[in-house]
Design a protein around this ligand. Structure first.
Ligand SMILES: [Zn+2]
Length: 104
């Protein structure tokens, strides 16, 4: 996966194209992500008893991870992400455009 939860991404395809948001959840097995404010679904919920009323609940639906790009704060745009191996053997993600290390 090129993104992980907490990343800021921009949507590059679909009905929310151009929207920017924070990744809330990733599903690596399905290659899908949930992005804050993107692919909002409206669910009509039944009351769950006297203390929990029903009503309309809005929530984000998962979208395909290939429809989002990492948003680089430096470039102010969606960028491709590369991986660099550090001297100590750990892997970090880097912006392919400006070279900025994305994992601190
Ligand atoms: Zn960059």
């Amino acid at each position: 996966m090129h993104v992980k939860s907490g990343d800021t991404v921009v949507v590059i395809a679909g009905k929310d194209k151009g929207k920017k948001g924070k990744v809330l959840r990733v599903f690596p097995n399905e290659n899908r992500v949930i992005v804050e404010g993107v692919n909002m679904l409206t669910k009509h919920k039944k009351a769950q008893g006297p203390t929990i009323p029903g009503g309309i609940v809005k929530m984000e639906g998962a979208i395909n991870a290939s429809n989002v790009m990492y948003f680089c704060e430096k470039d102010k745009t969606g960028v491709r992400v590369g991986h660099n191996l550090l001297a100590d053997g750990s892997k970090v993600r880097v912006c392919k455009k400006c070279g900025e290390v994305l994992d601190k």
